[in-house]
Design a protein around this ligand. Sequence first.
Ligand code: BTN
Length: 261
Amino acid sequence: MAQAIGCVAARARSFGACLYWFESTASTNDVAARLAAAGASEGTVVVAETQTAGRGRHGRVWLSPAGAGLYVSVIVRPGRALAAGEYPAALITLASGVAIADAVRAVTGLPAEIKWPNDVLIGGRKLAGILAEAVMQSGLPQFIVIGFGVNLQRVALPPELARRATSIEAETNRPADRALVLAEILAAMSERYADLQAGRFDAILNAWRRLATSLPGARVEWDSPTGIVRGRAEDIDRHGALLVRVGNTIERIIAGEVRWL
Ligand code: BTN
């Protein structure tokens, strides 16, 4: 059952001006997609206390125990800007990663970093992830749902996940203020989205570079049709692609899974 916490004045354009809260849902991304298809406005936010079928990137499960994390989806409608070629859709997720990392820094003082494309890490362990899903119409996104999960509390995880994940509570030894973290992230996402709409791409790319402390020089590998390719990540380009030096050439990685070594 959803409790629509409601929408403030229609002219308010910041993310979360319209917010739906669920005690439990399968995936906030699915709820947001249904709301968007039914006409929900840009910036509408869906929050759940727990998800029974939370999704991560590359078809992974996103464990979503009750109250242990933020499970949130935001609807954006960048169709006109994307149709006009003003910026690529990939910049929306990069901008969201910047917003989450900056918000975590602002609220907790923790040194949150970004790993391409948009994992948020602390000390090399994952604190937050983003799953952006587009619904297409005539070759362009009719809307995009930006889903993000932020680990707030320590939880018992399978050992292979426990080594790679962290939470705000584990890093600060204090309970996280979930309302404050959510409010700060939504405000930061709203501002970064406004940067995109206003063409301030360098502000986003430079903020991303500032937060991607493992670049340049991080060793990466990925699977190609001819086998594993290894190189050193150097930078991102204006389209949000990762630029990797492999021998004397620079490879552009647009999507797919990169393993950080
Ligand atoms: C990742 O794999 O790093 C992305 C994780 C994204 C998880 C969030 S939680 C809220 C939203 N709903 C989902 O089902 N997934 C995203």
